[in-house]
Ligand binder design. Sequence first.
Ligand code: PSU
Ligand code: MN
Length: 304
Amino acid sequence: MAQFDISYSPEVADAQANGRPIVALESTIITHGMPYPQNLETARRVEAEVRDASATPATIAVLDGKLHVGLTDVELEALAKSRDVAKMSRADLAVVMAQGRTGATTVAATMIAAHLAGISVFATGGIGGVHKGAELSFDISADLRELAHTPVSVVAAGAKAILDLPKTLEVLETLGVPVIAYGQDDFPAFWSRSSGLGAPLRMETAQEIANAHRMRAALDLPGGQLVANPIPAAAEIAAEDLAPIIAQAQAEADAQGILGKDVTPFLLGRIFDLTDGKSLEANIALVLNNARLAAGIAQELSSR
Ligand code: PSU
Ligand code: MN
């Protein structure tokens, strides 16, 4: 039998020993979602935001084959600077570990690791979803199936507007994933507060979200919840300003034959260039906002 140990950071081990709230954080956003040095700066700020909200951050990654739940600052910096890090979803996690390689976790792989570590709440930017043209490419993120499978509540600013959002919501419904908009009726679209689509569910407080998380477990239903937290108004980019930029980035991806795992990082990188970095500022603001709400949910879950 293959064996593995989880390597916990001292901070996370301490929180676990004392039953304090913990928020899982992904690492693909660091290695594939943002350029250096903003990726490192953001990762540190997100961790600080979780601490300020009285919870403990657990950034998750595989370093030289070892699954880490919580990174030291030295490890975080090394990861943010490294070049050939694998982007790991459910399919890749065991392979990268068995081969002793280094990999960053997507939403799907972060959920798996968080659950193994007994962590119920996870904050990120945006989840993967159904890509535009999926009826031909079949490109549907493994994040969606993971939400149906693994009991972690994921706080995200909706799904990126580079995706086909109506199809993403349909697949989530088919998979039985609760999609809960926080404090508004509309499903948010990452850089913009509204996608123009209604969210299936709405909640106003972290406590309600925690209660629904517990009730799902009590009913023995597999899977987690998607908590869709709109970007703060001051940081949003209007959907109509972004639409032509997204269309251009998508056209370039198609023309260059970008496929599979490379699609999301390619589109994010082009949108960063085409907005002169404005998309990144919005991205940072929304991740911080999600970290705060996730810490509140983690508080509520640990207070019983
Ligand atoms: N959100 C971001 N930047 C990212 C991602 C999300 O702001 O880089 C990553 C997440 O790790 C997500 C992944 O799980 O993109 C989805 O990739 P794919 O579409 O290949 O499943
Ligand atoms: Mn994909």
